[in-house]
Design a protein around this ligand. Sequence first.
Ligand code: ZN
Length: 467
Amino acid sequence: MSGGDILASGISARERPLVEGLKRWVAIPSVSTDPERARDVEASAAFLRDYALGCGMSRAEIWPTAGHPAVFAERIEDPSLPTVLVYGHHDVQPVDPENEWEAAPFEPLERDGMLLGRGTADDKGHILMHMEAIRGILDTRGRLPINVKLIAEGEEEDGSEHFEELVRDHRQQLAADVAVISDTGMLAEDVPGLTVALRGLAYWEVRVETSSTDLHSGVYGGAVLNPIAVLSQLLAGLHDARGRVTVPGFYQGVRDLTSGERAELAQVPFDGGTFLASVGATADGEEGYSTMERRTIRPTLEICGIWGGYQGEGAKTVIPSRAGAKLSSRLVPDQEADQVTAAVGAHLRAAAPAGARVEFELIHDGRWVLTPSRHPAVDAAARVVSEVWQAPCVFIREGGSIPPVVTIADELGVPCVLFGVGLPDDRIHAPNERVVLHQLFKGMQVVGRLWDAYAKLGRQGLSEPLG
Ligand SMILES: [Zn+2]
């Protein structure tokens, strides 16, 4: 049967192996957060290792970590050709609440051009999309136009705790000219897109202490500093009336978008009103920016939690000695987390009244990622995506972060191209996760053409700095 033959289901013979492979893989419940599934995560790694070899990768191995194992595979055609590192993850989210699934989460169900099951979209489908694209190229041409490496981590849904160490320990083996990360999505089936930016994060705890012990509000009330009042004033003062952060130095390094970049962002089909209304939220933020801009290209300083004093039922007439809050900041190019942490800490200490002791602690931080649309690696990907979808490719800036992408960008120093075919309705992390199969098939086509485009660019062309 030739590759063009369409089977009864509307899926061609070339596409069918992806579906069948995905069904078998999804049946392995590789839930990384559940210690009882550790064996399954191992089995999932072994499955991928064997599958990669079956698709024509010349080497595939399991890389153990202090947590769950990762899988590495490669096919080196010629060291002088560009090398692409593909990233994905083979672990999945838990399935609860299980009774809300229409089919058993680990017994994948093919229906209406979709495959239902945990991990179909996030992220096993994406990995097999890459593997099957390689099989397709090798079937027709016998060799790849570039070198391909695959790293599939086994702990992404559990915080990627050992990924940085893994990459650092295997820097040589993972070396590449460009990384293609396939763990994201598009805005709609007819709106193809690439993700070009992710914000960074800094998360802190602030504590205010105003006395060495809790105080009777009758005996001391009205005559002493109150830590909750002090903290409230500090927090309320973090933004001015125009929504700008008041911390001196907070905006240091923040890149203003060019008018072209703002226009590019405005092209993304996104309705701020609907976006907010769907969760019953009210617009707020920096004056002069759209909702889309506020949540993607501008840095934030948010209060995520607050505590102090008596919280139980009834009354307790006490002025507490301490109060505290959790703060987080989403960071944008070229802010530096260390600098922002120092600035926010110094500001809170300076703004507190004499006698209030302020402790400020960094909980964790992570850098932003940006691969501009004009970079040759993204530009080539956008052209291929537009060709395959027959629609203009939009450039998506995400408000959140994906820690392994930062690790790859930082440790390997490569441009990261975020190409994923997931859709907003895929219900990843939720009951009834599914993948739209023709999204995966189009993704296979993109991958095949993209490797040709990267071969044409050559190592030189891909090495342009991210600037
Ligand atoms: Zn994922």
